[in-house]
Design a protein around this ligand. Structure first.
Ligand SMILES: [Fe+2]
Length: 186
């Protein structure tokens, strides 16, 4: 399995690529608007983008997901709870995306947006324990997701603290976390 991060310096937004060495497929999580660097990494890895996943639908991300899915002839996947008017496969909590040795489990993390999902990533060639969590906007460097953008702030906070934070803290200590925003985020 291979794993790459792309940062857009102006906004601190992060895109992640997770690929299988066994099948030559890769998945892209929260693709930035500029899809050229994503396609370049996939090509450098000798991989083809087969799955494109958006963690949530929100104006703080200008997503390149639909253009990337079209350009790569990949499947577009969104949280099933997302209300969109374009075609995409809906992901339910507990669903798995499998690419050879790569196994990604869909974990619901509401609070920033009600439909937000994270991906818990396993490399089955290494073992049965998860390796890392792609947190999207649920977690930032040194901070938590803003709960006041997708809904009323107090309601979002309640959901964050009741549902999502315990879900994060219950993961084994060795699980790495990779946020959707790094330094530079507005
Ligand atoms: Fe967001």
């Amino acid at each position: 399995m291979w794993f790459e991060q792309i940062i857009r310096e102006e906004t601190g937004c992060a895109t992640y690529l997770v690929g299988s060495n066994e099948t030559g497929e890769c998945a892209v999580f929260d693709p930035l608007w500029d899809i050229a660097p994503i396609l370049a990494i996939a090509e450098k890895k000798g991989s083809r983008v087969t799955h494109v996943v958006d963690s949530h639908c929100h104006a703080d991300h200008v997503s390149g997901a639909r253009r990337l899915a079209r350009a790569a002839s990949a499947e577009l996947l969104l949280p099933a709870a997302a209300e969109v008017e374009y075609d995409a496969k809906g992901l339910q909590p507990g669903d798995h995306i499998r690419l050879g040795e790569v196994d990604m489990e869909v974990v619901p993390m509401p609070g920033h947006r009600p439909e937000q999902i994270n991906l818990l990533v396993f490399d089955r060639s290494r073992g049965d324990e998860p390796w890392f969590l792609l947190t999207a906007d649920f977690l930032m460097v040194g901070d938590l997701a803003r709960p006041d953008l997708g809904q009323e702030g107090a309601e979002g906070s309640r959901v964050l603290f009741r549902d999502s934070i315990p879900r994060l803290l219950n993961l084994p200590d060795h699980v790495e976390v990779y946020p959707g925003h790094v330094a530079g985020s507005t």
